[in-house]
Structures are given as C-alpha cells and as structure tokens.
Design a protein around this ligand. Structure first.
Ligand SMILES: NC(=O)C1=CN([C@@H]2O[C@H](COP(=O)(O)OP(=O)(O)OC[C@H]3O[C@@H](n4cnc5c(N)ncnc54)[C@H](OP(=O)(O)O)[C@@H]3O)[C@@H](O)[C@H]2O)C=CC1
Ligand SMILES: CC(C)CCC[C@@H](C)[C@H]1CC[C@H]2C3=C(CC[C@]12C)[C@@]1(C)CCC(=O)[C@@H](C)[C@@H]1CC3
Length: 337
C-alpha cells in the first residue's frame, strides 16, 4: 500500500483490507479532506474498499489505481497512470506484502516455550515459521518481488513526484519484527535457497530504507520502516485458520501483557503508520524501526527500536538492487538502462 500528499491536497494510496484499509480509515478520521489513492492488484476489491471508506466519509477524495507489485509490467503501468493523475505524492505507504505457504515449526515452538527467550520468540516469531516461495513471470522470487523489488521500482518510477527539496515526501515501509539478519544473505538476496523468504524480504526492506535515506534525503525524500505487531489479517489467517486464532485470543491477550507487540486488531496495528504521518520528517531516525504496540490494558503507543544493520551492508545491498533494476529495465524498456 502507498501514501502521499499532493501539492493540491493530501493523497494516499492504500489497499483493500488488513492494515492498509485500517490506516486509510484512521487517516480519514483524523482529516477527511486528505486525498487518498488506493493502489491494489484487484480492482473489484479496490472498489469495495473505496465504497467502505466513502460510506463513513462521504466527502472524502479516494482514488484507485491498478497495481500488482509482483509484476514489473503492472508497476510501470501504475506509475504511468499516477504520473498522469498527480503532480506530487507526499506519502507513499508500501504496505503490500505476502507470506506464501507458511508452516509452523512446532518443535521450535515447544522448545521456545521453555526457554528464556519465550517473550522475544512471541514478539518476533523468530525460528517459528518457514515458507515455500515461487518464481514469478518476471523470473524473480515472488516474496522478494512483492515485498521489496516491486515497491522499489515504483519508487524509482515516481521519483519526480516524490523528490521535492522544498516540500519533502515520505516513504513508509511495512516491515516486521520478523526481519532477521541471519535469514538474509547478500549473495542470495532474493532468498532462492532458504525457507525464510518472509524474514529475508523484511530485512531487505530495512536495508533498502536506510540506503534510500542516504541517497535521497538531500532531494527531499525520506524513508521509514514500521512493524505493525502481530495483527489478525488474511496474512495471519494463512498461518492458522481464523477460528483457531479466535480460540487462542485469551492466550494472546495474556501474551500481550508481556510483549505489547500483539496488537491483534488492524486499528492498533496501524498506530505507528499513522504516527509517522504526523511527525516532522527531519526528526525521524533512519536507523530506527517504529513499532506499533498495545499494552495489556489496550493502550496504543509507538516504540522506536534500533535496527540490526549497518550503513555498509545497506549500501552493498543497494548496489545489488540497482544492478537488478538495470537488468529488468533492459528487458522491459529496451534501449533504456
Ligand atoms: N499481519 C501481521 O501480523 C503483520 C503484517 N505485516 C505486514 O503488513 C503488511 C500488510 O499485511 P496485512 O494487512 O497483515 O495482510 P493482508 O494480507 O490483509 O494485506 C496484504 C495486502 O497486500 C496486498 N498485496 C499482496 N500481494 C500484492 C501484490 N502482488 N500487488 C499488490 N498488492 C498486493 C493484498 O492484496 P489482496 O487483497 O489482493 O491480496 C493485501 O491488500 C504486509 O507487508 C505484511 O508483511 C508486518 C508485520 C505483522
Ligand atoms: C499465540 C499462540 C499461543 C501460538 C501461536 C504461535 C505462532 C503461530 C505465532 C507466535 C508468534 C507469531 C508471530 C507471527 C506469526 C504467528 C506466530 C509465529 C508473525 C511472524 C507474523 C508476521 C509478522 O510480520 C510478525 C511481526 C509476526 C511475529 C509474531
């Protein structure tokens, strides 16, 4: 999902369910004069989300655009449409993300329950999940293309709408506390080999955000990463069926007392995304991940935590992703590299 503010008003682009939709609702609750644009792969669902937002905020300006971040062709087309439609984008929320075929490692879960790291295990899901990734029509790993590279190409395509020194814009990546250095390898940054493509892609997001700040702050573009916490959405219903999560709810409320990262509802999960919208860009820490948290008593707040990365590795990854961009552009825009 994407968000921005246009020179002729606020403009946001988001998705049709989950944390993205909750963010749109919260943004409109705060200011229904904001201009939103929802970028979604499925136009029927986009229309449904737009109708839902307009039913509670009839005077809102909510646009939609077709964009599948798992397809370079679709991203290029979406960027073209957006450039025809808007003069400036102020907030771009990069929300779309997938975790295909997740499997729970029950052995690690049981072992973790009796370890000293039980709280951090629940907060990050570290070592508890594996995924089965696939290759897209573009020849890229699906999780990498959807969670990272498709967004990156969109940013590059929208550079003229995003980079304004006098009126800076913001990129907001939906990362995760599941992002893990040990799941990521520079030599295999698409994660072709392993079974933790989600962790790897979210770590790649963190690296990329740091590099984008180094690259674009002087041009008036700032990048931040958030973790919405554990939220009940289609993504988590892919891990366990919704009725199972409902049965687990009393245990989850109990765990929330200890971690504050079980935000559970999409409203709570959107806390850090909304908070970032209201901050002065220059005051943000490029090396922090902003976590949505909910206390045992249900109070929402935002906790910035330093990310487990450094400038050198973020720049090395940036170099790799620029090389990949060149290769892809050669294929999609012959004569342009
Ligand atoms: N739920 C959680 O506990 C957590 C979620 N996150 C992250 O939050 C983000 C939102 O996820 P969440 O709301 O939970 O899950 P949902 O599955 O509800 O939302 C994911 C959104 O991404 C969209 N999407 C997926 N693939 C593509 C694509 N190829 N092109 C365009 N849009 C796409 C989906 O669209 P469609 O409706 O068409 O499928 C959907 O709107 C993700 O990046 C996720 O990794 C991070 C930490 C925790
Ligand atoms: C709550 C229970 C009694 C048992 C549930 C066990 C696991 C299925 C969950 C425990 C921590 C969860 C978790 C995630 C998925 C489900 C768990 C592993 C995420 C990895 C989901 C996606 C994210 O981005 C992370 C922020 C989540 C971290 C916690």
């Amino acid at each position: 999902m994407f968000a921005s503010q246009g020179s002729d008003g606020w403009q946001t682009s988001a998705c049709k369910s989950g944390i993205g939709l909750a963010l749109c609702e919260r943004l409109l609750l705060q200011d229904d004069q904001i201009r939103l644009c929802l970028a979604c792969r499925n136009m029927q669902r986009a229309e449904a989300a737009r109708s839902a937002l307009l039913s509670s905020h009839p005077s809102a300006d909510v646009g939609i655009v077709q964009a599948d971040v798992g397809s370079i062709k679709s991203v290029l087309q979406a960027a073209k449409t957006l450039k025809e439609r808007y003069k400036q984008i102020d907030y771009l929320y990069l929300n779309a993300g997938i975790m295909p075929n997740p499997q729970i490692n029950l052995k690690a879960l049981v072992k973790g329950l009796f370890s000293r790291n039980v709280i951090s295990m629940f907060a990050s899901g570290e070592g508890l999940l594996t995924q089965k990734d696939s290759v897209t029509e573009d020849g890229l790993q699906e999780v990498f293309e959807t969670n990272v590279f498709g967004h990156f190409i969109l940013i590059k395509e929208l550079q003229t709408l995003l980079c304004h020194v006098d009126n800076p814009s913001q990129l907001i990546w939906t990362s995760s506390s599941n992002a893990r250095k040990s799941a990521f390898s520079l030599a295999d940054y698409q994660h072709r080999q392993g079974q933790e493509s989600y962790s790897s892609s979210k770590y790649a997001t963190d690296l990329l955000s740091v590099a984008l700040n180094r690259q674009y702050n002087k041009e008036g573009l700032y990048s931040s990463v958030v973790c919405p916490g554990l939220v009940m959405t289609n993504l988590t219903y892919g891990i366990l069926p919704s009725f199972f999560w409902t049965l687990l709810m009393p245990i989850m409320w109990l765990i929330r007392v200890f971690t504050n990262s079980f935000t559970i509802s999409t409203y709570n999960g959107a806390e850090a995304l909304l908070w970032l919208f209201n901050q002065k860009l220059e005051s943000l820490d490029p090396l922090a991940k902003y976590h949505s948290c909910t206390s045992g008593l249900g109070r929402n707040y935002v906790k910035p935590l330093r990310m487990d990365l450094d400038d050198a590795s973020s720049l090395s990854f940036y170099g790799k992703i620029l090389d990949l961009e060149k290769q892809i552009r050669k294929r999609f825009v012959p004569g342009n590299c």
